[in-house]
Unconditional design. Structure first.
Length: 255
C-alpha cells in the first residue's frame, strides 16, 4: 500500500453538457518512480512504481493506473515480493471516483477486488475474491459515501487539480477497500528539491494517513513534494514507518 499511496467503458454516461476543465496532467502522461527503504543506515532499492493517466475516448473521465512491482533485492534480503496493480476510473469535473479495480499479490497470496461507486444510492460496494480458491466466499463491504470522494490513487491526482498556497489545509474523502476515511492535508511550505528536471521549487504536502482510525493504523508520517508549476508533478514522497524510512523519487516522466 505504501507505494501506491506514495504515488473500457463501465456503463457511466459522459456528460457532454459539462465542459471539461483543463487537467494539469496530459492525456497519456506516464510517471515512473523508484522506491527505497532505509533502516540502520542501509538504503535498499525495493520497488519500481508507475503511474499513468489516460482520458477515456468520448468521455471526460480519466483512467488512472498505478503499478508497484518489488525488486529482486526485496525477495533476496527479506524473502518477500509484491505486485500491486491499481486502476481508477475518475470524473475529475464531478470530483468523484467511479470504479476502482485492484490486483494485489504478496508472495503466494493473491487478491482481486472491485469497488463500485453508486452515487444515486450514495454507496460504495467493495468485493474481493481469491483467484486461487474458487470456493472461498467473496469478501464484501459496503459504506455510505458523499461527494467529493476519491480512492487512494485518484486522491493524489485530485490535489494536482487544486490551487495551492502555503498554510492551506483541507480534507479529502478517500475510499479504500470499501471503507471511507477523511484525510486531512496541509500545504506546509515551498521547498527546493533535486529532481530529474534539475533543482526546482515544490509544494510540500503532508497528508495525515497514519494513526488510529486512519488509512494506515500505525505510527508514521508522509510527505509529498509537488512541483510548483502548472503540472504539479509529484517528484518525491517520503514516509516514516515502523518498518523504516521509505523514499520514492521520480525517475522519468513523459508528456
Amino acid at each position: 500500500m505504501f507505494f501506491v499511496v506514495a504515488f473500457a467503458s463501465i456503463g457511466v454516461p459522459a456528460q457532454p453538457e459539462k465542459a471539461a476543465k483543463p487537467m494539469p496532467f496530459a492525456n497519456g502522461e506516464t510517471l515512473t518512480y523508484e522506491g527505497k527503504i532505509s533502516r540502520l543506515a542501509i538504503s535498499i532499492s525495493i520497488a519500481d512504481v508507475t503511474f499513468s493517466a489516460d482520458q477515456i475516448p468520448d468521455s471526460t473521465n480519466y483512467r488512472i493506473r498505478a503499478k508497484a512491482t518489488s525488486k529482486g533485492t526485496l525477495l533476496k534480503i527479506f524473502r518477500f515480493s509484491f505486485l500491486q496493480d491499481y486502476e481508477s476510473i475518475v470524473d475529475f469535473n464531478a470530483q468523484r471516483v467511479i470504479k476502482t479495480t485492484k490486483h494485489d499479490v504478496q508472495k503466494e497470496r493473491i487478491r482481486d477486488s472491485i469497488a463500485d461507486f453508486d452515487y444515486s444510492e450514495k454507496r460504495v460496494t467493495f468485493v474481493e475474491t481469491d483467484p486461487n480458491d474458487a470456493n472461498r466466499p467473496p469478501r464484501r463491504i459496503a459504506s455510505k459515501i458523499d461527494e467529493p470522494i476519491y480512492d487512494l490513487v485518484a486522491g493524489i491526482y485530485s490535489i494536482r487539480t487544486m490551487p495551492l498556497v502555503v498554510g492551506k489545509s483541507f480534507d479529502i474523502s478517500i475510499s479504500d477497500s470499501g471503507l471511507v476515511y477523511d484525510v486531512p492535508v496541509r500545504v506546509v511550505k515551498r521547498e527546493r528539491q533535486k529532481t530529474i528536471f534539475g533543482k526546482v521549487w515544490c509544494w510540500r504536502i503532508e497528508p495525515a494517513i497514519f494513526g488510529r482510525g486512519r488509512l494506515i493504523e500505525q505510527k508514521g508520517n508522509m510527505i509529498i513534494w509537488l512541483m510548483d508549476d502548472d503540472r504539479k508533478i509529484p517528484v518525491r514522497a517520503h514516509l516514516n514507518t515502523t518498518y523504516g524510512e521509505v523514499d520514492v523519487r521520480l525517475k522519468s516522466a513523459t508528456k
